[in-house]
Design a protein around this ligand. Sequence first.
Ligand code: GH3
Ligand code: MG
Ligand code: MG
Length: 515
Amino acid sequence: MQKEDKLHPQSPDLLEQICDADNLPSLPAVALRVLQMTQEDDVSVNDLADVVGQDPVLTAKILKLVNSPLFGVSRRIVSLPQAMVVLGLRTVKVLTLSFSLVDTYGQKRVEWFDYKTYWRRSLTQAVAARLIAEAVAPLIRDEAFVAGLLSNLGILAMAQVIREHYAKPYQQAAGKHAPLLQAEQSCLGFTHQKVARSLFEHWNLPDDVCQAVALHHTGRQPGTDEQVGLLIDTNYIAACVADLFCDGATQEGLEELQQMAGQRLKLDKPGLERILEMLQQRVKESAVLLSVDIGPTISYEQLREQAVVQLAKLSVSSEVDLVAAQQREVVSRQRQKELEKAANTDSLSGLANRAAFDHHLEQAVRQALAAKRHVGLILCDLDFFKKINDTYGHPIGDLVIAATGDILSAYRCDDVFVARYGGEEFAIAISNCTYSRLVRLSQEICQKFRAGTVLCSQGTVRFNASLGAASTEVISAPSAAALVALADKFLYLAKKRGRARACVAAPPNKANCSV
Ligand code: GH3
Ligand code: MG
Ligand code: MG
């Protein structure tokens, strides 16, 4: 996880600059003294109270906070020694630290820095960490609060000390926390986690808090001491809660949070929900107590609504994507069909072309043989077509071919396939064909041609055709080629017998037909 160990060339300098900066507020004397005293073994409640009591504003703030619902102390606490007895030295110590840091950092303003968002996130994380710790490890609740509150102090420190370097990643992330970490890493070579850790070590803050802050984006690493690990994971889950409340919630994010709280802290869903339900109120109260402006906050109910709306938006957009994809599919299928049709169609007559016909006839004969049925074929050749071309010109010849297409296309149906076979020759394949159907169809088509005319500037052009027809029924070893050959033979017969007629090959028990 720790990409930040791979440092940017300039990063050690910048880090040093932050830790040694003159413009970085140092810890107030009171806080430093408190820190020192709590590291001594024999410090008494009164000694500590004396030191903290030197700062009346700080004392008032601590008393206000310990009497707030966040601490849930039933009896009113009116003095520092009393607070220390009821809450313990450690709590008073960490509160002193938090207040000192918040106060110190609240003063110098960087104009592009969004302080409200910063404090909203920090307080949300602090309060969440305290509430979570209360449920899973009450002994560390004060450290959890401090770790949450200070987790993002590195951001504030960078904005203040290396502002000309920090403006870019800060603006890139547009106020969102996870993207900020990435932007810091790529622009500076280190993140606010690293800065906070360096600062806290510099200030000698307790090690468990340092570690929890340094790992607030990832949680504990294997081999960590159990108690410290609990603090780290509590702060990590609290950071996830702050992400949801401050950066916008998704259903997925909520579910992930529930899952992680269960896995890492054994905090079940109802337990987590109780915490999330009281969070907004506690955050608002703490903001008042710490005198920081955190802007608008959202409740757990609003957060869940946000997640649902987000989910709905997602499914609407995937719905839109789906419809668009379906439309593209329909268009491409249509286009595909158009292309296939064009490849199989003769443009002049509008009928199927030779290749399509050959394919169709092969298939029709195979299927007919398998089904013990017969395929009929009518070949149809325009009579004296050369003469039409010669007399009226090629374009009029083309009109005649188009008119032939019109005549024959009227016969197209499920089992009748019509094609331009080549030149002025046409073919009609009839699946499931009986001899009588073949004769009837040949007669009908002949009649149509007898009335065939096209109009042109030179007057009416009459045209006619001869037809030769045969069926697989009359062929001993039926095939497409044999059928074409036999039909062609009867076409030749029709031509020979004077044209404008049809000759149909008859089955053995019937006489050949000429119409
Ligand atoms: P028959 O009755 O014996 O079939 O005589 P025909 O003149 O129809 O036969 P022939 O084979 O002598 O001439 C066919 C002519 O058809 C020759 C060719 O130029 C013409 N032809 C073939 N395809 C086209 C076409 O697409 N457009 C036009 N205008 N003429 C075509
Ligand atoms: Mg001809
Ligand atoms: Mg010909």
